[in-house]
Design a protein around this ligand. Structure first.
Ligand SMILES: Nc1ncnc2c1ncn2[C@@H]1O[C@H](COP(=O)(O)OP(=O)(O)OP(=O)(O)O)[C@@H](O)[C@H]1O
Ligand SMILES: [Mg+2]
Length: 595
């Protein structure tokens, strides 16, 4: 029916914005500008062919039929056939080339956005929810695809047709052109109204589709709770309402378009009738020829159709512009954690020092870390303990520069981490996160994530280094076992072994471990602990510890509480102090005995 683009007032681009967006589109389209020009030429030729038809009819009638000249008639018909053939060839080509231009643009754009997302730091993902980003990649690019696939061609052709047709009509007969234009104001006014109404109607439809979907989703995901409290009727009532709303909005959108299309139809017929009536009288007076009148009635649709198409496409173009604007904003986002121009390589060994850092997550008010200072010597092991939400993981992440602190600095071997090259930083300091993520593919593929150039031998060696060779050998295909998405086939312990083997593959000087909080069965736990011990040997280690055994292996322990270092010392010192740590150690011991 009508074009499906729609745009909210706040998304609508200002003139200046539109200009920058268009400018950037042309810049991005530079590699396939040639295709664009070919497409443009094809559109021009097709448009000219469409206008040539009525002119040939006019010639045939005036010279051939009324002038009683059979040769003239035959020539007119012959040329008409050739024009039709040319129109066919170029019509097809224009579609192909325009589509190729559009799709090439989308391809470049998708890649640019994806590349940009991969470059972004953690802070970017705190600000932009994954769902929104996926929407950018899908819905926004989709709304452009609509324009690219159909709209662009129509828009271009319609604009050109209306201009050419007007020039041609005026050249043929100014009197009849005035008659044709009499209907134009009504047509334009109706089109503008339709464009506004349909935009509004479609926005409502879109909103209600969303509401209906979320009602549906909520009803399904919460069905256990709903049934437990016998609230089925209430849930159905809610869904019925959103469902009816959706029905009504669809009905309204159809009503909006039907009056418009009927009016356009009527306008066309009315204009034709006027032209035939007034044209007939002009022929009688000898002002115009009969052929001209016939040509006019044929050309009138070339004048009216584009106006109608343009009004429909207006919304599509607007929504594509808004989508582009949002995508360009993503493309412009500078990664917070980025390499400095004069970055240096980190030394192979050095002390890791945190100097009075403050850190606040985006969108939060309270400091996740406040004036924290701590240092870890070469080969030393530091355990971070403390209540949940205290800031342990945050400190660990800052020590590996997954984020930059707002105040203070983190240095390695005397060099500020912000001044280090990304390559050397990720080689010296490796983070093993709380929950290791697994990608689709084999275990081997998953290990190679850490170093894409690793050979099979190096992978085997990394697995051997953490003493997990025998364990992985028990899996159906050994290291070539498929893990499936999100590692549903691997146990929690095996997932942790994969995470540790990844770190072993990089063989870093500093290891930042966020110990998994999930409990493992004693057998697996022993295996993971053994792997951990081997991985930690000979390295500087910062470990967020949730187990007494891990803490006891550390040289120093820092208790993090309320975003600060509350206690610092060795196990024995802190026990003697009788503070938070000694209470925690006692609690851990008790829970171990009870197990
Ligand atoms: N990405 C984030 N965006 C906003 N706030 C966050 C983010 N990550 C953590 N926080 C907040 O920062 C504070 C410290 O969190 P952190 O993850 O460092 O705690 P933790 O000590 O590691 O806790 P746990 O033992 O449960 O892992 C918490 O209040 C938490 O809600
Ligand atoms: Mg944590």
């Amino acid at each position: 029916m009508w074009a499906h683009g729609s745009v909210t007032d706040e998304d609508k681009l200002s003139r200046a914005q539109a200009r920058t967006v268009i400018g950037r589109v042309f810049k991005m389209a530079a590699p396939f500008r040639k295709t664009m020009y070919v497409a443009f030429v094809c559109v021009c030729v097709t448009t000219l062919c469409a206008l040539a038809g009525p002119l040939l009819v006019r010639r045939g009638i005036d010279l051939g039929i009324r002038g009683k000249n059979p040769t003239s008639l035959n020539v007119s018909v012959g040329i008409y056939l050739v024009v039709a053939l040319v129109a066919y060839v170029f019509g097809r080509a224009q579609f192909l080339y325009l589509n190729r231009t559009g799709e090439s643009f989308l391809r470049v754009l998708r890649l640019a956005v994806f590349r940009q997302m991969q470059r972004q730091s953690m802070a970017f993902y705190d600000r932009n929810k994954a769902g929104v980003l996926v929407a950018r990649m899908t819905a926004d690019i989709e709304s452009m695809a609509e324009l690219v696939q159909f709209g662009l061609l129509q828009f271009l052709a319609a604009g050109m047709l209306v201009v050419f047709a007007l020039v041609l009509l005026a050249a043929l007969s100014w009197q009849l052109t005035i008659v044709a234009l009499l209907v134009m104001p009504i047509l334009i006014a109706a089109s503008v109204k339709f464009q506004r109404d349909s935009n509004k109607a479609y926005l409502t439809v879109r909103e209600r589709v969303g509401a209906n979907l979320s009602a549906l989703q909520e009803g399904i995901t919460t069905v256990r709770v709903i049934q437990a409290y016998a609230q089925e009727e209430e849930t159905i009532r809610k869904f019925t309402k959103s469902n009816t709303d959706l029905f009504k909005s669809h009905e309204h959108s159809v009503r909006v378009s039907t009056w418009y299309f009927a009016l356009i139809e009527f306008g066309g017929v009315f204009a034709s009738a006027l032209i035939i009536g007034i044209g007939g009288w002009l022929v009688h007076r000898g002002d115009v020829t009969l052929g001209t009148v016939v040509a006019f009635t044929l050309l009138i649709s070339s004048l009216f159709d584009p106006v109608q198409q343009l009004s429909q496409l207006y919304n599509t173009v607007q929504s594509a512009g808004a989508a582009l604007n949002k995508l360009f904003q993503i493309l412009d986002a500078k990664p917070e954690v980025d390499e400095h121009p004069g970055a240096v390589t980190l030394p192979t060994a050095g002390e890791l020092v945190v100097n009075g850092i403050d850190f606040i997550y985006y969108g939060t008010e309270t400091r996740a870390l406040q004036n924290v200072s701590i240092s870890v010597g070469v080969g030393e092991k530091l355990a971070l303990v403390g209540p949940t939400g205290a800031g342990k993981s945050t400190l660990a992440k800052l020590m590996a520069r997954l984020y930059d602190p707002q105040v203070g600095s983190v240095t390695y071997g005397g060099i500020d981490l912000t001044m280090a090259t990304m390559a050397s930083l990720r080689e010296r300091i490796v983070v093993v996160p709380q929950e290791g993520f697994l990608f689709n593919g084999t275990i081997r593929d998953n290990l190679r994530i850490a170093r894409s150039t690793a050979t099979d031998e190096e992978i085997d060696a990394a697995v051997a280094a953490i003493g997990a060779t025998d364990h992985f050998a028990t899996l159906p295909d050994g290291l070539d076992t498929e893990v499936r998405e999100r590692g549903s086939r691997l146990s929690a312990g095996e997932r942790q072994l994969v995470a540790l083997a990844r770190a072993a593959l990089v063989d870093p000087a500093v290891l930042v471990l966020d110990e998994a909080t999930s409990n493992l069965d004693p057998g697996t736990e022993a295996e993971v602990e053994h792997a951990l011990e081997r991985l930690m040997a000979g390295r500087t280690v910062i470990v967020v510890a949730h187990r007494l055994s891990t803490v006891q292996r550390a040289d120093h322990i820092a208790v993090i509480a309320d975003a600060q270092v509350a206690e610092y010392g060795t196990h024995a010192e802190l026990i003697a102090q009788g503070g938070r740590y000694s209470a925690l150690a006692t609690a851990w011991q008790k829970s171990q005995i009870s197990q």
